[in-house]
Design a protein around this ligand. Sequence first.
Ligand code: HCA
Ligand code: CU
Length: 372
Amino acid sequence: MIILDSTLREGEQTKGVSFSIEQKIAFAKLIDDFGVEMLEVGHPNVSPQIHEAVKAIAKEDLNAEVVAHVRAVKSDIDNALACDVDRIVIFLPTSDVHLEKKLGKNRQQVLDMITQAVEYTRDHGVNVRYTPEDATRTDIGFLVEVARQATECGADRVSIADTVGIATPALMENIVRTVSDSVNVELDVHCHNDLGLALANALAGINAGATCVHTTVNGLGERCGIVDLAPLVMSTKVHGYSTSGYKLDMLPEIYEFIESATNIPIGYNSPVIGRNAFAHKSGVHTDGVLKSPDTYEPYNPKIIGREREIVIDRYTGRLAVKKRLESLGYSISNETLMSIVNEVKIFSDANGGVSDDSLVQITGQILTQERS
Ligand code: HCA
Ligand code: CU
């Protein structure tokens, strides 16, 4: 499996997000260093500045293949060719709803447009991916036909785009399997998250033979965005795929960069990267984690450069309080510990939590009481 990061293209289609050229170059270097294999950096026809940014990133001599996204229109393709990218993606919808209500074209006209656009681009010696936009709502027979046509014209990749995020894992698996059984081409999966199924759909696509997943940092993208990079990488790692090509401990830095460049906060409970991702709270959980972290952790947070956290409040059990007090320099007997835990619960009922300062105060009071 390889990863195409589209933070700079799909991600910039997020409401309120506009990266500067400098931010784009800095991000491209960062994510290239992380190790993604492809980097979709923009749609050069959208604006002069986007054109400049695509061109500037193409000059950076990155390890990743640099990809530009265009409509099946000659002027768009020329604009992308002028940026000197490694690969051009031509997207053109194939579902009946898009053909009838958006394009006003029939299937034969779409096939002709694909032929022209792919051949024209290939003639300039650039790698080509073709994306049937709204693939998951496309008649499967026609989807196979467009994939075959694009491949015969020289595209070496076709993207199965779940443009409106309506697929299920079963549907995605079925589509990917059918296309890959019928056409000799590498398949990408591009999964939108409108129903919260993007990651599950992408994994189903990989399972069925797709070889590339599209991601963005923090799951950015149109509407509810697409597959979030960090959980994609970690779920594939946990389930036995090789992630040795990725510098996993760079993830926090990459996410902080995008959080500050977009002003879109990382969710507290976002998988992998959220501040609560390794925060253990209830007495039962903290007891388990402190005895052996794998009782309640899917993987060691150190893999991605993070630390686990033990929350102290009314849910907390004895072991967690004991360890926290030890880290604060106290060595406490078991009877005293029981009194402190009881007091922590009462304090937390009244105050909604217990800071380290309050814990120290409570401990001090109980030790004084015991001495007197
Ligand atoms: C869009 C296009 C796209 C393309 C995906 C791809 C989609 O609608 O803006 O090239 O794989 O979701 O269909 O992002
Ligand atoms: Cu998309």
